[in-house]
Design a protein around this ligand. Structure first.
Ligand code: FES
Length: 107
């Protein structure tokens, strides 16, 4: 965001529905004028949507999990697209056993 006020930037980051945007206060006594965004922990990631299967992500990146923990990925991982994995958000292969038939005709 160019030329936004600190408050505008914080408001946008806090409304991010996926929590993909973050910010870090430089000074804990923040008065509304000094912040910086965290440097992204992503280099280059390629995503492949597998027909009738997961989303493969290949690269070096960090997955921020809902419990606040992080999982670093340095090669390839698969994200569940069917919603049936017991290892959410990762694919555990359940889609093969249970059957998963998304409408992939649009790709
Ligand atoms: S896509 Fe593999 S378990 Fe959901």
């Amino acid at each position: 965001m160019a030329q936004g006020t600190t408050k505008q930037i914080i408001d946008i980051v806090e409304r991010c529905p996926t929590d993909a945007l973050t910010y870090e206060k430089i000074d804990s006594s923040y008065s509304g004028s000094e912040i910086s965004t965290k440097p992204p922990k992503v280099e280059k990631v390629d995503f492949s949507i597998m027909r009738n299967g997961p989303i493969l992500a290949q690269g070096s990146f960090v997955v921020n999990l809902p419990d606040g923990s992080e999982q670093e990925v340095k090669s390839i991982t698969s994200f569940c697209r069917c919603g049936m994995s017991k290892s959410q958000p990762f694919c555990d292969g359940t889609h093969n056993k249970e059957g998963f038939f998304p409408d992939d005709s649009q790709y």
